[in-house]
Write a protein that binds this ligand. Structure first.
Ligand code: PRP
Length: 177
């Protein structure tokens, strides 16, 4: 049963949009000249971030999705990353950008990057909108991070609490009553 909670705004929609504009410039510089970039969104949390990010990348990109889950409906990570849906296409010889909504313990990003690296892409980079460095259990950092945030439970802009609140346009913190 979900406990009653309220949501306090932490990062506004405007701040997210501005940061994505900055990050997309850096990504375009990194992948300048490539016509084989495949942007891989980790479902479900990254679906809004990847949609906004790829629209700022005015370069040839393909989009694919992979679904990994370590939380289910729980607040704590199970530390077991399950691949629920694999990529549609192959990535051998391709440039890959993995798009995460949030890096918390690091288990998900670490597992997914190792898995995809084993498929021999030409280059693999990662971007996370949010990073909670104080929660890290595995030493990994995305190549680009939107915002470092404190150890608060966040929702919105794709991120859920028990599958709710993904549709908020901003990032908010959950405060239990
Ligand atoms: C959440 C989030 C990240 C991951 C981060 O996914 O979207 O993918 O956990 O946590 P970690 O760094 O501790 O591994 P979740 O398993 O809740 O699935 P979802 O994206 O479908 O909400």
């Amino acid at each position: 049963m979900k406990r009653p909670y309220v949501i306090d705004e932490l990062i506004t929609a405007k701040a997210i949009a501005a940061r994505i504009e900055e990050l997309s410039k850096e990504i375009k510089d990194e992948f300048d000249g490539t016509d084989k970039l495949i942007v891989v969104g980790l479902l479900r949390g990254s679906f809004i971030f990847i949609a906004d990010l790829v629209r700022e990348l005015d370069m040839p990109v393909e989009v694919d999705f992979l679904e990994a889950s370590s939380y289910g409906d729980e607040i704590e990570s199970s530390r077991e990353v399950r691949i629920l849906k694999d990529l549609r296409g192959t990535i051998e010889g391709r440039d890959v950008l993995v798009v995460e909504d949030i890096v918390d313990t690091g288990f998900t990003l670490s597992h997914v990057v190792s898995l995809l690296a084993s498929r021999k892409p030409a280059r693999i980079k990662s971007i996370a909108l949010l990073d909670k460095p104080t929660r890290r259990e595995i030493s990994i950092k995305a190549d680009w991070t939107g915002f470092e945030i404190p150890d608060e439970f966040v929702v919105g802009y794709g991120i859920d609490y028990a599958q709710r609140n993904r549709n908020l346009g901003y990032i908010g913190t959950v405060r239990f009553n």
